[in-house]
Write a protein that binds this ligand. Structure first.
Ligand code: HEM
Length: 353
């Protein structure tokens, strides 16, 4: 393929991998497996294109005397792409271990963001316009098509190979997450986005405020919520790479809403943590969610969000709000929640003061 077509294909594959990567962070429902399949295929396509680019620049790479600043940038970009893609493939294959306390998937996501920034900068500074002759010709089209289709075929082939060889990667969930302590109560791993670490809440004085666009706002104490005795089996799937299926007990959100009486134009329900962290669900989905005080018949521990956390089937772990103090009915989507989940760790409560 012409150098320009290769470069623009690399940018396209990188952009697709990034977009599906970010989308994957919000994808936890089984029918969303395609997001991860597209992501894997886009990432593998980028690695295949990289091989083509490498073949072209290799003569320069192996003669350091011919290097200039561009070569150094190119080598840096090559290292970041290889690490970003490599950590993805390593994780999918079941690769273990951690660096500075972070596993390969954590590093993959950080490198994925870094790489995308680097590609965008590189394209902005150096991209040359794609001309008709760069895309014309049967050979170009065949090469472009073969590489893209090859990558798309590589993903299912990789999954089948892993299953046939019974590689650890074959046991991962469609999200890439790995099973941890399912149906064993509180012992499953704890994680907190970004770094929320509030002080333990006293269940005796803790109150749950139910309000927003409702006819009857009210507040509940711990005993009332815990006594509701509703139950839900659901899988908590953390974007950090683990999942745990559990039986949760507490009160269904629908029960709260029935009592509060949401106004006619309510479309969302927001769950607010003591740290200011918050997330919302569409009304119908919220009704089926659970506010858990227990997991596997054990009282929830502080690290898992005691006295109350959200259990939202099909949502990723960071959407399962912990240390809940308020439930609010909303007439409009909460556009600020994506910021709140980042600054909550900076609040005095989020820092545990
Ligand atoms: C921006 C944020 C990103 C996120 C959240 C993300 C997330 C993920 C996840 C969860 C997996 C495992 C999927 C599975 O188990 O099937 C994965 C795999 C992978 N990702 Fe990313 N990724 C991101 C960016 C990127 C970028 C920019 C690239 C481009 C190099 C990339 C390339 C890959 C590759 C090659 C794999 C392995 C695919 C396979 O072996 O099937 N990712 N990524």
């Amino acid at each position: 393929m012409s150098p320009r077509l290769t470069d623009w294909s690399l940018a396209l594959a990188g952009g697709l991998a990034f977009a599906t990567g970010v989308w994957s962070l919000f994808s936890g429902a089984p029918e969303q497996w395609t997001v991860f399949a597209f992501h894997g295929a886009a990432g593998l396509w980028l690695l295949a294109l990289l091989y083509g680019k490498l073949r072209r620049v290799w003569p320069r790479i192996v003669r350091p005397r011919r290097w200039d600043r561009r070569t150094l940038y190119g080598l840096l970009a090559l290292a970041v792409v290889t690490l970003a893609g490599g950590t993805g493939v390593y994780w999918v294959a079941g690769g273990g271990g951690a660096l500075a306390g972070y596993n390969a998937l954590n590093w993959h996501i950080v490198l994925g963001f870094g790489l995308t920034g680097a590609i965008a900068l590189h394209m902005w500074a150096r991209a040359k316009r794609l001309r008709a002759r760069d895309v014309r010709g049967r050979r170009q089209a065949i090469q472009f098509g073969l590489l893209a289709l090859g990558a798309a075929a590589l993903w299912p082939a990789q999954q089948a190979l892993q299953r046939a060889a019974n590689l650890p990667g074959a046991r991962r969930r469609f999200t890439g997450s790995r099973e941890a302590a399912s149906f064993q109560g509180n012992v499953f791993p704890t994680s907190s986005w970004v770094a929320d670490a509030p002080r333990p809440l006293d269940a005796g004085t803790w109150r749950l405020r139910v309000g927003g666009a409702v006819a009857q706002p009210f507040a509940l104490g711990y005993t009332e919520v815990d006594a509701a005795g509703d139950e839900l089996t659901a899988t908590l799937d953390c974007t950090g790479g683990f999942y745990s299926a559990q039986r949760w007990q507490g009160m269904r959100v629908g029960r709260l809403l029935e009592r509060a009486g949401p106004l006619a134009d309510v479309g969302w329900v927001r769950f607010v943590s003591v740290t200011g962290y918050r997330w919302s669900l569409p009304l119908a989905e919220a009704r089926a969610a659970l506010l858990a005080t227990r997991v596997g018949d054990e009282t929830l521990v502080h690290a898992h969000g005691a006295p109350l956390r959200l259990v939202a089937p099909g949502r990723r772990g960071f959407e399962w709000v912990k240390w809940i103090v308020a439930v609010e009915a909303l007439t409009a989507p909460d556009l600020g929640q994506i910021l709140a989940i980042h600054w909550s760790s900076l609040t005095p409560a989020g820092r545990g003061e």
